[in-house]
Structure formats: C-alpha cells, structure tokens
Design a protein around this ligand. Structure first.
Ligand SMILES: Cc1cc2nc3c(=O)[nH]c(=O)nc-3n(C[C@H](O)[C@H](O)[C@H](O)COP(=O)(O)OP(=O)(O)OC[C@H]3O[C@@H](n4cnc5c(N)ncnc54)[C@H](O)[C@@H]3O)c2cc1C
Length: 389
C-alpha cells in the first residue's frame, strides 16, 4: 500500500522481499477472498484493537476504511459487503495484490524477491566540513548518496544504502509465507523495544476435549470467557478479570475454533480456564451435541443429572492445553511507544519507519487487521511524500 500510493517521482525505492513472492499472506487472507476492511464508521474500529487502538488513532482516522474503499474502486477493484465485512466483488485476494503491485511498479518502485534482509545498520552522521568523501560520493548510476544513512545488509552479504527504511515484515505466524519474525531480532539489536510475540486469532486446544465427533458443527451466540485475563483484545498481561467474547464457535476434531474463539485466543494461555456459555436451552442445540452433553452429565448409575446438565450449558469449563501456532495474526511486535502514530517513524532513529503487523497491534477478525496495515502504510507514505517534495 505504501508503494502503491507513493509516486517516487524519480527517486529510488526498492521493496526487499525475502521470499520468492510478495503478498503471500495477503493471498491467503479471508480464505483467499481477502476481507480487506470492515464497513461502518472508522471511529468504531478503535475498540477492535483493544487497548492498542488509541495508540494509532491518528493513522487510522487520516486513512480510514472509506478512503481505502475509494482508492480500490478508483483502481477498478469493485467491492462487496457481507455482514459488515468488505471483500473484492470478485472474491479474489489476487485482484487486491495485483493492483498493489501494479501501482507500486507504476510509481517507480523496484520489487526484488528472494532478497532477505539479514542486518540493518545506521551510519553515524558525518561532518561534511571534514570532507567525508564516502558520504558525498556519486555512484555509477548517478545517484547522490550524500543523504544515505542506513546500510541494509542482505543475506548474501550485499549492502544496500538508503536514506529511509520502512519495516513492513509482518509477524511470526505462517512462517512459510516469509513472515518468520527474523526482523525482530535485528530491530532489538538497534535498541528498539519488541513486546512478547505469540499467535493470536488461532484455534484453542483444551484438556479432555469431548466434542471431536461434532467436527464441523458451528454454534452462534456463544459467550467465551478466559479467566484471569484483561478485557478482550486488550492487554494480554491482565491478572484478575476474565476476557469475554460472544459470537460463533466451531467444533473441530481436536479443539475449538470459529470467530469468538479466534478473537479471544490471544488471552488463552496454557493452564488458564476457558469457559463456554451456550446461551441456549438443551433442545436448541444440535442433536449430536445434546447427546454428548447428556453423556457428560450422567452419574455413576447412568442417570442424567439435570443440575450437571444445566451447569454445562451455562458454564462448560476447560483448561487450555495449547494455542495453535498457526494464528492468523501475531500478538506483540514493535512497541507502539517507539512509533510516532502520525508518520509511523521510529522516534529514536531518523529515517526508520514501521508499519503493518510488525507493530504491537492486533485486531479481531472482520478486516480490522488489514485496515491497520493500510492505514499505517498510508501514513508513512504521506511522511515520505513530504520528504520527496
Ligand atoms: C490465513 C490468514 C487469513 C487472514 N485473513 C485476513 C482477513 O481476511 N482480513 C484481515 O484483515 N486480515 C487477515 N489476516 C491477517 C493479514 O493477512 C495480516 O495481518 C497482513 O497480511 C499483514 O501484512 P504485513 O504486510 O504487515 O505483513 P505480511 O503480509 O506478513 O508481509 C510481510 C512480508 O515481509 C517479508 N519479510 C519478513 N522478514 C523479512 C526479511 N528479513 N527480509 C525480507 N523480507 C522479509 C515476508 O516474506 C512477507 O512477504 C489473515 C492472516 C492469515 C494468516
């Protein structure tokens, strides 16, 4: 998005992509359909990021869902809405990726794939009065490198010099897409704070899971609570209060999934209690589930204990065994205090920016995570555009 919306006007810009293709995660988003954003007012987005929302409000408000929708439609990507979720009308994530790569190329960006960044070094500011020839040299492509302040070291040892570097390296989940978290160690080496990284928006596995035979069955309006968490989608470090989320759940052969589970998974650490309240009478549940619940409520004599059955409907409690490491997003990332939320500059290091999932922000499902990427990318593009003037 940054490259697609920033015309370099003759300056040089390179996208360094470690894997063989750009946008692999975008292609798998929304099950290949790419839920690019959510409908409604951008003001309603803030709560989707828990207590992190206000930290990048400026970027979000300046580059809203409406701006994104207009930009895409102006570039011939027609959109459609499904229960508030916005998708390309073609339902093909590839159409979204294609428009970004096409516009980036048109804006003068060069895309280099199989180009993994292995190091990042800031050059000291040099005193021109002492005639530093390296800093003032003109290279054989005629570029004046006087302002280059960063050395980007590639895996094969090549060094690329740059005035500005934008970190857009994503999180740690689905590492086969190229987002393997390798950049976080490099950033820590520069003194940049990175919070604890773990999968979020992931299925949850529990001890003594009884619903394997219901695999594929979903239920609506289930309240899921994780005990000993802060508020849902907020800080992951809360101690006392439970986190709650009401919505659809999906039984899989070995654990719980579906939007309400995915959205609360960031709180469900192993050993914590997770509670499902079905908000329904027994007769309103699928027949197969009724049977499983009745079996679980049987006493030693084989009779169904109605009080046990009622309590299972009201609070079906489990101990979390594990969170699937294939989370749709990463909880944690570059500390938001490090970043100016208007420009996405890293405050302590001139010429360094951070955008997208690499930041310590994660939202619930529904297009909020990609909107955060678009908004922060557009904010950084604005700042860089000013520099090009
Ligand atoms: C299965 C799935 C479905 C999803 N569906 C949705 C959805 O429908 N809606 C939604 O809003 N969000 C969705 N998400 C989340 C969304 O796709 C991500 O939040 C988003 O792609 C993050 O974008 P990004 O550009 O910040 O990072 P990424 O898309 O992860 O891109 C980072 C890029 O940086 C490259 N890279 C990493 N390290 C290096 C390095 N050292 N050197 C060079 N290159 C490097 C990687 O190869 C990668 O191409 C989904 C995620 C998954 C996994």
């Amino acid at each position: 998005m940054l490259a697609a919306s920033l015309d370099l006007e003759g300056a040089r810009g390179i996208i360094l992509e470690g894997s063989s293709h750009v946008g692999s995660k975008l292609l798998m988003s929304g099950g290949g359909r790419c839920n690019i954003t959510h409908g409604g007012s951008i003001k309603d987005f803030l709560s989707a990021y828990g207590d992190k929302g206000p930290s990048f409000r400026k970027a979000l408000y300046r580059h809203s869902n409406d701006e994104l929708k207009n930009w895409l439609e102006e570039h011939d990507v027609l959109l459609t809405e499904e229960k508030g979720r916005i998708f390309p009308a073609s339902m093909r994530a590839k159409d979204v990726l294609d428009v970004f790569t096409k516009e980036a190329t048109r804006n003068g960006w060069h895309i280099r794939t199989d180009t993994k960044v292995a190091g990042l070094r800031k050059k000291e500011n040099r005193d021109e009065s002492k005639g530093d020839r390296t800093d003032n040299r003109t290279d054989n492509r005629g570029d004046n490198r006087k302002n280059d302040t960063w050395d980007i070291e590639l895996k094969d040892g090549e060094i690329i010099k740059a005035k500005n570097v934008v970190i857009a390296t994503g999180g740690i989940t689905y590492p086969e897409t190229g987002s393997d978290g390798s950049m976080f160690e490099i950033l820590k080496g520069l003194g940049i704070g990175v919070t604890e990284l773990r999968p979020a928006l992931a299925p949850v596995y529990v001890e003594d899971y009884p619903y394997g035979e219901l695999s594929g069955v979903s239920l609506n309006d289930v309240t899921v609570s994780v005990m000993g968490s802060a508020s849902a989608t907020g800080s992951h470090k809360g101690k006392g209060k439970p986190a709650h989320m009401t919505g659809d759940i999906l039984f899989t052969h070995d654990g719980f999934s579906g939007p309400a589970i995915l959205n609360i998974s960031g709180y469900a650490e192993p050993g914590k209690k997770i509670r499902l309240s079905y908000n329904k009478e027994l007769s309103e549940l699928p027949k197969r589930m009724q049977r499983v619940l009745q079996d679980r409520a049987r006493g030693e004599s084989g009779d169904i204990k109605t009080t046990v059955l009622a309590s299972l409907l009201d609070h079906d409690d489990f101990i979390v065994k594990a969170i699937d490491d294939r989370g749709m997003v990463t909880a944690g990332g570059i500390e938001l205090d490090e970043v100016d939320s208007r420009s996405m500059r890293i405050k302590s290091l001139d010429g360094l920016y951070a955008i997208g999932e690499a930041l310590d922000v994660n939202g619930i499902t529904g297009g909020y995570n990609l909107q955060m990427c678009w908004s922060t990318a557009s904010a950084a593009a604005d700042d860089l555009r000013e520099q090009l003037k």
